[in-house]
Each structure stands twice: as structure tokens, then as C-alpha cells.
Write a protein that binds this ligand. Structure first.
Ligand code: ZN
Length: 369
């Protein structure tokens, strides 16, 4: 079979596998309250609140937590087990700063997960569910078309690259463990995990009302982006009217105050931002306003320039190959969203391949969306 053969990815698989063996359970903090027949709120020991729906734990409405993330959120209030200090050694070799000119700098205005070798992707492996309208195990053809648009948008604007593994094995034949991959399927609502969590992770999209921007938002979670309104310093930029939030939805506005990669100002143009009136009990009164009292609309038309900064800082645009050569796509962005020159691109490619800038012939493998 063909497989993406990144040595470091294999290492990640192993680490991830080992780290997922714990069987402790989470229902610790108590304070349960029903929000509907099929869901209940659980306050964790850390103070964070999650919603249990159909056996899965949701955080901030549309973020699905893996068991490991839930345990971390319970213990630490964060879904990432990493120090907050920027340590570029942890980022190698996914990121462009590996052997290249990365400088941790203070103007990256994205709001993402703290990146480690375990929660970002080399290429984002994905599988489409079979065509149909069943929840969780099928994908409406209309939604598949929207996903294709969203994937192309992400690839055009960022260094993130996706690998369509539909119909291919989901288990590594050498290591015998499940590949990490996104499973695109229908949902009653839209949801995704944050970052790469190991094994299959669903990106669910509701086929009624879905559009490219909604799909791009959920994909944004999967590549590591958090909600903009939950960033650690949001109270400097927006006011939250806690009195007008629908009962049981207050947890959507809890702040992520640990293990984020978020430096710089609040991005009102972010695709990861909710709208002022989302989750409003009285829809005529905003839940969120800017400091001057004005309202804002969380846009879902495309990635903002600032949205692009996180993926362009931490990802490289690899092409799908059957060998170990790390071939870069034609356009490589730096952390400021500027395209590398061809000379810089080849220099980087050589650095990633023990000095060899030239990919072996015939190694590319088909990768159609
Ligand atoms: Zn979201």
C-alpha cells in the first residue's frame, strides 16, 4: 500500500498511542445539570464546563474533546499538556522554523492551541464518510462539495495540506496503530476536535445551512485554532453580557488561559470568532460587544490575514509522496503570510532533506479531493 512515510509522524503515533492508555474517568467535579434530554453539563475540577452529548464531551459548543484532552481539561484547565513557554525544539520538525528563520515574535495574532509535536499534523489526513444523510456515518453530497471548497481555500491561503485517504487503510501496517485522520460526516450541528488528537476524529457538518466558511471554521479547529472570543486577553477587547446568555451556554464563553499560542491583539475579522448575538437569551440584546458597545458579526466567508498566521507559522506544505523525501508544494508562506521566493523554497526543501533540494522522480502519489 501507499503511505505517507514521515519518520517523525511514526514517532508521534507511538507517543500518542502510549499516552492514550489511561483508563481514569472524568466525572469528577460533579455539579451536573441537564440542558436537554440528551445532554448534560459537567463542571470539571479545573472549573471548566463541558457538555456531555450522546457519549461525547463538547467544549465551547462545537469542540469535541478526546479522552486525553478531557482529562487534561479536568486536571489543568487546558487541553494541551505542554509548557506555555515557546520552546522551538518542541515544534521541530513540523514547523517552518525547523532549520529556517523562525523567530518567536509577538505579533502573531492568531489564537491557537499551544503547538507540540503531538497535536499538529504533517499533512491532514482525511476520509469522507460514504454518501448519504445519516448522522455520524454518512456525508451529504452537497456538504462534500462545500468541504472541497473549504479544503482548497485552506490550501490556497496557508501552508496546511490535506491528504485524501478515503478508501485507504486506516491502520499503519508497520506499527499496527490507527492513523490520525479526520472523518468528514453529517452532524446535527457543526463540530470538530482541536488539533490532531489521534485515531479517527470527526468533523461534523450539518447539511442544512452549511457553507464554505462554516466548514473552514471547523477545519480550523482541527488544525489547532481556538475560538477568538475565548482567548486569554479577550476582556481587554470585548464585554460579555453574562445575564443574557442562554441557560447552560455560559461555558461557551470561558477563557482559555493556559497553553495557547496567542500573542498580539484581538481579531474581529477572524473566522474563529462568534457573533455578538450568538447564544443570546433575548436576541435583541447582544451577548458580546466591543468595548465601545458596538456589535460585531463573526464572519464565515474566509480566513482573515490573521487567521492565516498560525498555520503559516507552524505548518509546511508537504506534497503526498510514497517515499521519505519531504517535498514542498510550489507556494510556501512564511509566518507573515509572505510567499517564499523560489530560491528560499528550495533552500528550505534542501534543509528538510539532508541538503538535497531535488525530490526523487516518480515519488508523488495521487491526492485528489
Ligand atoms: Zn468553533
Amino acid at each position: 500500500m501507499r503511505k505517507l512515510n514521515f519518520k517523525f509522524v511514526a514517532l508521534m503515533f507511538i507517543s500518542l498511542f502510549v499516552s492514550c492508555q489511561s483508563d481514569d474517568l472524568i466525572e469528577t467535579g460533579g455539579e451536573l445539570s441537564p440542558t436537554s434530554e440528551s445532554s448534560k453539563l459537567i463542571k470539571l475540577n479545573s472549573g471548566a464546563t463541558v457538555e456531555l452529548k450522546n457519549g461525547e464531551y463538547f467544549w465551547q459548543e462545537d469542540i469535541v474533546l478526546s479522552k486525553a484532552q478531557l482529562e487534561l481539561l479536568d486536571k489543568t484547565g487546558s487541553i494541551v499538556d505542554a509548557p506555555v513557554e515557546i520552546d522551538s525544539a518542541n515544534l521541530i520538525p513540523i514547523s517552518p522554523m525547523s532549520g529556517y528563520s523562525f523567530v518567536p515574535e509577538s505579533l502573531t495574532r492568531n489564537n491557537g492551541i499551544y503547538p507540540t509535536a503531538y497535536n499538529l499534523w504533517a499533512m491532514v489526513r482525511f476520509v469522507y464518510a460514504p454518501s448519504g444523510y445519516g448522522i455520524d456515518n454518512q456525508l451529504a453530497p452537497e456538504t462534500k462539495y462545500i468541504i472541497q471548497q473549504a479544503l482548497r481555500h485552506w490550501e490556497e491561503k496557508t501552508n496546511v495540506r490535506f491528504y485524501n485517504a478515503t478508501g485507504q487503510p486506516t491502520t499503519d501496517p508497520v506499527y499496527g496503530i490507527e492513523y490520525p485522520y479526520i472523518y468528514f460526516c453529517n452532524g446535527e450541528g457543526n463540530s470538530s476536535s482541536v488539533g490532531r488528537v489521534g485515531g479517527m476524529q470527526r468533523v461534523r457538518l450539518a447539511y442544512l445551512g452549511c457553507n464554505m466558511g462554516i466548514a473552514a471554521h471547523e477545519i480550523g479547529h482541527a488544525i489547532g485554532l481556538n475560538h477568538e472570543q475565548c482567548r486569554y486577553d479577550r476582556d481587554n477587547y470585548i464585554n460579555i453580557n453574562w445575564n443574557n446568555i442562554q441557560a447552560g451556554k455560559e461555558h461557551n464563553f470561558q477563557i482559555n488561559n493556559q497553553n495557547y499560542y496567542c500573542i498580539g491583539g484581538f481579531d474581529f475579522g477572524s473566522i474563529m470568532l462568534y457573533s455578538s448575538d450568538d447564544f443570546a437569551e433575548d436576541p435583541s440584546i447582544p451577548v458580546m460587544t466591543k468595548k465601545d458597545g458596538s456589535t460585531f458579526e463573526g464572519q464565515r466567508s474566509g480566513l482573515s490575514d490573521l487567521d492565516r498566521r498560525f498555520p503559516n507559522t507552524f505548518y509546511l506544505p508537504y506534497t503526498a509522496r510514497s517515499d521519505v523525501y519531504r517535498e514542498l508544494d510550489d507556494v510556501v508562506y512564511d509566518q507573515y503570510n509572505n510567499k517564499l521566493t523560489e530560491q528560499e523554497r528550495l533552500q528550505l526543501q534542501a534543509q528538510l532533506n539532508n541538503g538535497n533540494p531535488n525530490p526523487p522522480a516518480g515519488g508523488r502519489i495521487p491526492n485528489e479531493f
